[in-house]
Design a protein around this ligand. Structure first.
Ligand code: HPA
Length: 270
């Protein structure tokens, strides 16, 4: 596995002259941030040795090397979801490769269902913490030399980056909320009782991604900033039927604001 990761990283280094230290994962319906990136090299996942291939609608499946603001960035346009049938090792393969490439800051985004009664559709939630509800752990198996066998998770999401994101949002007059993201396997959206259970467990939003990637990124010592776009509500009496199209549409509307926050945070990181 480690050998494959190194091979993928070496291949990528041979296919781009850029050496970014920051990466962005663009979630469902959030791929348009890519348009803000001055792209130098766009590499389809299908071309990358040992890379899994994304299948879900709304994900183009490309790795973008480019510039955003004053930084070189690597962007994942489309991610690998557990519900697609990938193993956790495959889901988090890109983060392992990112580390090999020299990425030290990871900005992740996703679409999520809001369970906090104060949330509204279209809200931007800065992720303070997560709950891992996946049935398989991304670090299951022999330990990788990037981090300890029993990694600390007391600060999965970097407090400085979180504060910076709040500051940027305030300066730009963007309404943001903060909360706990619960990652679950999907592909079903939640029943009303499941939304209620997840809220009782301490989560403000629920989605089908992010947690595995963040765990592996932290195991590699990366600093993480996470943003959820609230695309539907799992709040009692406000629950309506939800489709993937609804999720994409709601995410689409807020994309520019999320892009604003990511761009400016990335600009200010030194
Ligand atoms: N549940 C799980 N995943 C999601 C949701 C949801 O309500 N909305 C967007 N992704």
């Amino acid at each position: 596995m480690l050998q494959k990761i190194k091979e993928t990283a070496e291949w990528l280094k041979a296919h781009t002259a850029l050496r970014p230290e920051m990466a962005i994962i663009l979630g469902t319906g959030l791929g348009r941030l890519a348009e803000e990136i001055e792209v130098v090299d766009a590499i389809p996942y299908t071309a990358i040795p040992h890379f899994p291939v994304s299948t879900v609608e709304g994900h183009q499946g490309r790795l973008l090397f480019g510039r955003l603001g004053n930084k070189e960035v690597l962007a994942m346009q489309g991610r690998f979801h557990y519900y697609e049938g990938y193993s956790m090792k495959e889901v988090t393969y890109p983060e392992r490769v990112m580390y090999e490439l020299g990425i030290r800051v990871l900005c992740v985004s996703n679409a999520a269902g809001g369970m906090n009664p104060d949330f509204r559709i279209g809200d931007i939630m800065l992720i303070r913490d997560h709950i891992n509800f996946f049935p398989e752990h991304p670090l299951h198996g022999p330990n990788f030399p990037t981090g300890p066998r029993f990694p600390d998770m007391s600060q999965a999401y970097d407090r400085e980056l979180l504060a910076l994101a709040h500051q940027v949002a305030q300066e730009k007059g963007i309404r943001v909320v903060e909360g706990v993201y619960l990652g679950t396997q999907g592909p079903t959206f939640e029943t009303p009782s499941e939304y209620k259970m997840f809220h009782i467990l301490g989560a403000d939003a629920v989605g089908m991604s992010t947690v595995p990637e963040v765990i592996v990124a932290r195991h590699c010592g990366m600093r993480v900033l996470g943003i959820s776009i609230i695309t539907d509500l799992g709040v009692e009496d406000k629950i309506v039927e939800v489709t993937h199209e609804d999720v994409q549409k709601a995410a689409d509307a807020v994309q520019p604001l999320m892009a604003d926050i990511f761009r400016e945070v990335i600009n200010r990181i030194n």
